[in-house]
Design a protein around this ligand. Sequence first.
Ligand SMILES: [Zn+2]
Length: 90
Amino acid sequence: MGIVTRILLIAAIALLAFFWIRKMLRSGNNLEKKPEDAAPPEQMGERPQDLIACDHCGLHLPRADACFKQGGAYCSQEHADANSNSDTKD
Ligand SMILES: [Zn+2]
């Protein structure tokens, strides 16, 4: 292994460690501080949750709760299956 490769590897590990430690410190601070003090400005305003509509029934639900299948978003696994089945018939 060349010296350049070794230096790059060490630099990459140091960078990862740096970001990891920074993340750990941040989450620790957030737990100790009051939420009002720690919240960044963009989170102060009431931002609506990221909602998407089910491609099958049109129900709106948070993106985190959605089922994703073949490029579509669905409210449940049943609707994901139902829609992909009808799409692939022809
Ligand atoms: Zn649905």
